[in-house]
Structures are given as C-alpha cells and as structure tokens.
Design a binder for this molecule. Structure first.
Ligand code: FES
Length: 232
C-alpha cells in the first residue's frame, strides 16, 4: 500500500514536471514566434523605405524638370560671355528668376527728354541807348503756338489797335504780327490765314496765333522781333 502510494506520487510528480516542461516549451516557442513576426515586420518596413525615398526623389526630379522646362536653353547675356553659367542649369535658372524679379519690380521708366526751342523776343521799342530789349523764353518743341508762349511769359504782342480789336487767336484779325529774325526753319509753314493777311508783307513776318514753335523733334533758337510794323 505504501509502495503504491509512493509510485502514485512519483507518477504525479513526473506528470507535473512534464506539464511544466511543455508549458515552458510553449512559452519559449511563443517568444520565438513573436521575435520572428517582429523580424518579418522589420524586414517589410526596411524594404518599403527605399521605395518611398525613390518616390520622393522622383517627385523632386519631376518638379525640377517642370521648373526648368519653360526656360529657353540659351540667353543672349550668357552666350555673350560667362560660359561657366552654362554649366550650371541651377545658376542659370536663378539668374533668370532674379532678372524676371528685377524686371517685374522695375516700375520706373527712364525720363524722356523732349526737345526744346529757345526763344528771344526783341523789342518792341528801342531803349534810350538805341538798343532793343531782349526777353528770353523756352518751349517744348511743337507743343505751343507762338502767341500762347508770349502770353505765358507776359510779353506784349499787340499794338494799340490789336490790344482792343484782336480776335483772341482766332485768325480773323491779322493783328498778331511778329517778324522771325532767326530760326524760321524751326517753325511751321505759313498757313492760309497768314497768306491772306500777310500777302504783301515781308516773308519773315508771321501771325503769332498761326505759328507753331517746333515740330516735336527739332530744337534750336528762334529770334522774334515784336511789332515789326513799328520799325518801318
Ligand atoms: S490774334 Fe487775330 S489773327 Fe492772330
């Protein structure tokens, strides 16, 4: 009886140890499986990374290609001298962008210098020393009538009759007479009104309200004698 009990206990212990061994083996196996799964996941992740990098690089490359595409292959300023710039598409691109930026920001236009006519007005009366006074003025070429310039500079144009009876520049009174002493070629040709009122007068006489000073392109000096009819 005692021996049977000992055998039973012995078998129970053996079964218990076998059970423990199976459990520990199972745990160890589970640990290995988990490690294997982790390894597979790591490998999968490690193989995907280069693919993403490749896709990223591909996108960058495409963007770079799109940026460069609209630009011409050569520009005059580069072919003129700096060949090193041609070796670098990036520096060329930057140069173009800087030029375009500068061009878009350069709102100031260079000032246009219009040609001018210098004018000297002699008279109308001689001074005590017998010399005629001279007044000076300047006008943009082809911009104004001689009458307007004299008015702007407060230079008397009319004689006594003209002061009262002038037509105000309408070309119907013939009182705004001047003599062109110098610079006739800088003025317009005589008009039909002048041909009518100055028919029997010297060719150098003009009607100030019909005389355009300059032709917008010429420049030079014009000398005008005021009230030439008083000199005669
Ligand atoms: S102002 Fe009358 S013709 Fe010149």
């Amino acid at each position: 009886m005692y021996i049977r009990r000992m055998i039973f206990i012995y078998k129970g212990l053996i079964n218990f140890f076998v059970f423990i061994k199976l459990v520990s083996s199972f745990v160890a196996l589970s640990d290995h499986v988990i490690r294997l799964i982790r390894l597979l996941l790591w490998l999968q992740k490690d193989h995907k990374q280069p693919k993403r990098d490749f896709q990223k690089n591909r996108r960058t490359e495409m963007a770079f290609t799109v940026n460069l595409a609209p630009l011409p292959l050569r520009s005059p300023e580069i072919t003129a001298g700096n060949s090193s710039s041609l070796k670098s598409g990036i520096s060329f691109t930057r140069k173009r962008q800087i030029s375009a930026f500068a061009a878009s920001n350069s709102t100031e236009e260079p000032p246009t210098i219009k040609p001018e006519i210098e004018l000297e007005f002699i008279g109308p009366k001689a001074g005590g020393d017998g010399k005629y006074p001279v007044d000076r003025a300047a006008a943009v070429s082809g911009d104004k009538l001689l009458r307007t310039i004299m008015e702007d500079n407060k230079l008397e144009l009319y004689g006594t009759y003209g002061k009262l009876m002038n037509c105000g520049g309408g070309g119907s009174c013939g009182t705004c007479i001047v003599e062109v002493v110098e610079g006739k070629e800088l003025l317009n040709e005589r008009t039909n009104t002048e041909l009518k009122y100055l028919k029997k007068k010297p060719e150098s006489w003009r009607l100030a309200c019909q005389t355009i000073v300059g032709n917008k392109e010429n420049s030079g000096k014009v000398v005008i004698q005021r009230l030439p009819q008083r000199k005669k």
